[in-house]
Design a protein. Structure first.
Ligand code: FAD
Ligand code: UDP
Length: 393
């Protein structure tokens, strides 16, 4: 007899995407949901825990900053824990000096070593970026130069991007860089969104509460592919793992970046004065350092020690955790072919960052899960509306 319970939906992956759907399906539709994750925790890459040495909440996969414009997503998450009013700021080190990131009037004044008014800074950047028009930019390098000009690109973007992606910036999609605002004011906030903050009670509390429902059963340390044959049939499987893995890489492997984190406990109450310090120089092998205590200035953490994570990026092999889709044009073609295969699966939906091979932020993963639930899953279970497989990813 199988050790897995009978369920209506099997959710593969306990990240934000999978858990949002699991929660809605159990709570709103009363469905029985079985959630599987191969890791030993829920939350996917947004997982956090309290570090035993320092008592500081650590984001195991790098700092996760929550921000969004959607009131629905914000209200949904605030239903699990209140959020703080944390506003994210990043510093970047270049040739022994520290600058505010994203590029703003402060960065421009510091970098060029004089006081600029907003109009003067605009005029300077217009001159330095004249070689490429933003509308003509087709890749990351062109887009960046068209927005900030070559000198700032070469200082703050080229080296960091080379470490982060190890891919010619002319082969990377332009939208990677569009994630970063460029401002001609001294506003140095990392994000522009209306809502921003961090879960007061920790990310781990959100995930615990999302699955706290009698209809939801979670099995951790369980790889879907290892147990697939033992699962009682369900009406629907929601797969949020890597799409190329689902099809056993039969068309080839999509390229992903993975990360290695180097943990250190430092004998000081404050190591770097901010939560994230980027390293723009290419000869520094890591991209950034996270000092987690700064994510929660409202908490009364001890001051004797602090915990930092240094982040290193490299290409993912098949045994590594895939984190960032690289998305070159060859990847896009291959993904299109996997998408066509996905459309032939009759009762499997694909989603999330790994399943849809998209660089989704948390709010986008939750927003996509809402849409999937409202447009496909609820109609399928309540009114027997067939799944729209043309919209499978
Ligand atoms: P994931 O969180 O990746 O969850 C997928 C889950 O599926 C994983 O737990 C995995 O173990 C499981 N799984 C995969 N294959 C199998 C299998 N075969 N069997 C069982 N389980 C399986 N977003 C922000 O909004 N702000 C940030 O500051 C931010 N920072 C980030 C920093 C880093 C370093 C990374 C990598 C991501 C960051 N993100 C950030 C993005 C955020 O992590 C994602 O948006 C979010 O995790 C997406 O949720 P998901 O459910 O799609 O995927
Ligand atoms: N980037 C950069 N220098 C920086 C910060 C970001 O060149 O100091 C580029 C880099 O290519 C990165 C992209 O901008 O991949 C998006 O940055 P973001 O901070 O959004 O990346 P994430 O937090 O998702 O890793």
């Amino acid at each position: 007899m199988s050790s897995f319970p009978q369920s209506d939906i099997i959710v593969v992956g306990a990240g934000f995407y999978g858990l949002t759907i699991a929660h809605l399906a159990a709570k709103r539709l009363g469905l029985r949901v079985l959630v599987l994750d191969r890791r030993d925790h829920t939350g996917g890459n947004a997982h956090s825990y309290t570090d035993a040495d320092t008592g500081i909440e650590v984001h195991q996969y790098g700092s996760h900053l929550f921000h969004c414009n959607s009131g629905d997503v914000w209200d949904f998450l605030n239903g699990f824990t209140p959020f703080t009013d944390y506003r994210h700021h990043v510093q970047t080190r270049y040739k022994g000096r520290i600058y505010p990131m994203p590029i703003n009037l402060g960065t421009i004044c510091d970098f060029f070593g004089r006081a600029f008014t907003p109009d003067e800074a605009r005029a300077l950047i217009a001159e330095q970026s004249a070689e490429i028009k933003t509308v003509d930019a087709t890749n990351l390098e062109e887009k960046a130069i068209s927005l900030i000009g070559r000198p700032l690109y070469e200082a703050f973007i080229r080296g960091y991007t080379a470490k982060q992606w190890q891919t010619d910036p002319r082969a990377l999609p332009a939208d990677i860089i569009t994630r970063l605002p460029v401002r001609f004011t001294f506003d140095a906030r990392y994000f522009n969104d209306r809502y921003e903050g961090l879960p007061s009670e920790g990310y781990y509390t959100i995930f615990k509460r999302m699955v706290d429902h009698p209809n939801i059963e979670v099995r951790l340390k369980t790889d879907y592919f290892a147990v697939r044959d033992q699962l009682p049939p369900a009406k629907l499987t929601l797969y949020t793992g890597a799409i190329d893995r689902y099809f056993d890489y039969r068309l080839g492997a999509l390229s992903w970046r993975t990360l290695d984190f180097e943990r250190a406990v430092m004998p000081t109450g404050d190591y770097q004065g901010c939560s994230v310090m980027n390293e723009a120089d290419e000869n520094i092998p890591y991209t950034r350092t996270h000092e987690y205590r700064h994510l929660h200035p409202e908490r009364d953490y001890q001051r004797e020690r602090t915990i930092i994570f240094r982040e290193y990026s490299r290409f993912a092999g098949r045994e590594d955790e895939p984190y960032y889709p690289v998305n070159t044009s060859a990847d896009k073609t291959l993904f299109g072919a996997y998408r066509a295969l996905a459309m032939q699966e009759k009762t499997v939906l694909f989603g999330g960052r790994l399943g849809s091979y998209k660089y989704l932020d948390m709010h986008q993963a939750i927003g996509a899960a809402f849409k999937r639930f409202e447009q496909q899953i609820a109609p399928y279970f309540t009114n027997h509306v067939p799944l729209d497989l043309a919209d499978n990813i």
